[in-house]
Design a protein around this ligand. Structure first.
Ligand code: AKG
Length: 288
């Protein structure tokens, strides 16, 4: 049985942090992100506390934000260089502004299966900042899962088995189907990369399970049927609702998740309605 302990830590002073569950997710209030990025944030305690809230909760949410594409990009840059998606369509203003869009004519929607963003890149993104401007009347929630918790809940024998293993992550199966119909002008590339099955988060030093249904093809160095069985088990384990939260969007809400220790999936349960937004993605490091 998995026992999670939450350490609430010191109180926040410049933002309010309301946890969605004890295990993952928190809603942040008392911050105007547009004003925050336009101000001098180097000495800004709010930015430090947002960093801390992300590290503690893995995904954080902000409601009723009014930010321009420039401010969205600038907020992302506070956390590092921006990541450019290898295949997805982007807004005209900037190639780092990825479109998230589905309507009644869409053949597919983004992120319908559990994944960690672009884990097929050699240096997958550390975080993604999604700003949803148009919501369906209901539905279109996003689910997030804590991969530290998924790792910690494995048996000691399973942890020992996984120690040192790597897996191949491949973008092609997802991206070819998803973006083929978008009329992307540039020929998309479909990266692939090998990453440890269990990675250590560079900021918290904690171990997280790092295989996902979306991108992971096989575990290296073991027979294919063993890899298939092992991945099937790990996905089922990682998808336990115990490790999850579910965010119900409202217009102009923002979700900011850490891809290094979470997975997420979007619900496309709102057809024929439209859901639309943009994502800014922050570069990450090679997983170790
Ligand atoms: C992503 O941006 O990676 C998604 O999976 C889409 C999330 C969403 O639309 O809620």
């Amino acid at each position: 049985r998995y026992r999670h302990t939450t350490d609430d830590g010191a109180p926040y002073e410049t933002i309010a942090v309301e946890k969605l569950t004890p295990i993952i997710g928190a809603e942040i209030s008392g911050v105007d992100l547009g004003a925050l990025v336009d101000g001098d944030t180097r000495s800004n305690r709010q930015m430090d506390e947002i960093h801390r809230a992300l590290a503690e909760n893995l995904v954080i949410f902000f409601r009723d934000q009014s930010i321009t594409p420039k401010q969205h990009l600038a907020f992302g840059r506070k956390f590092g260089e921006l990541h450019f998606h290898p295949a997805a369509p982007h807004e005209d203003e900037d190639p780092a502004l990825m479109k998230i869009y589905a309507d009644k004519n869409s053949p597919r929607a983004n992120g319908e299966g559990w994944h960690s963003d672009v884990s097929c890149d050699l240096e997958p993104p550390m975080g993604s900042i999604l700003y949803i401007k148009q919501c369906p009347p209901r539905g279109g929630d996003t689910l997030f899962a804590n991969m530290y918790a998924a790792y910690e809940a494995l048996s000691d024998r399973m942890k020992a088995y996984l120690d040192g293993l790597t897996a191949l992550h491949d973008g092609e199966p997802i991206y070819r189907g998803l973006y083929a119909n978008y009329g992307v002008a540039d020929r998309p590339s479909y990266p692939n990369a090998e990453h440890p099955v269990v990675r250590t988060h560079p900021v918290t030093g904690k171990k997280a399970l790092y295989v996902n249904r979306g991108f992971t093809r096989h575990i290296n160095g073991i027979p294919r049927d063993e890899s298939d069985a092992m991945l099937a088990y790990l996905y089922q384990h990682a998808e336990n609702p115990l490790f999850q939260c579910r965010f119900r969007w409202t217009e102009n809400a923002i979700a900011f998740w850490d891809n290094r220790c979470t997975q997420h999936r979007a619900m496309w349960d709102y057809w024929p309605h439209t859901r639309s937004g943009t994502r800014v993605t922050v570069k990450g490091e090679r997983p170790v």
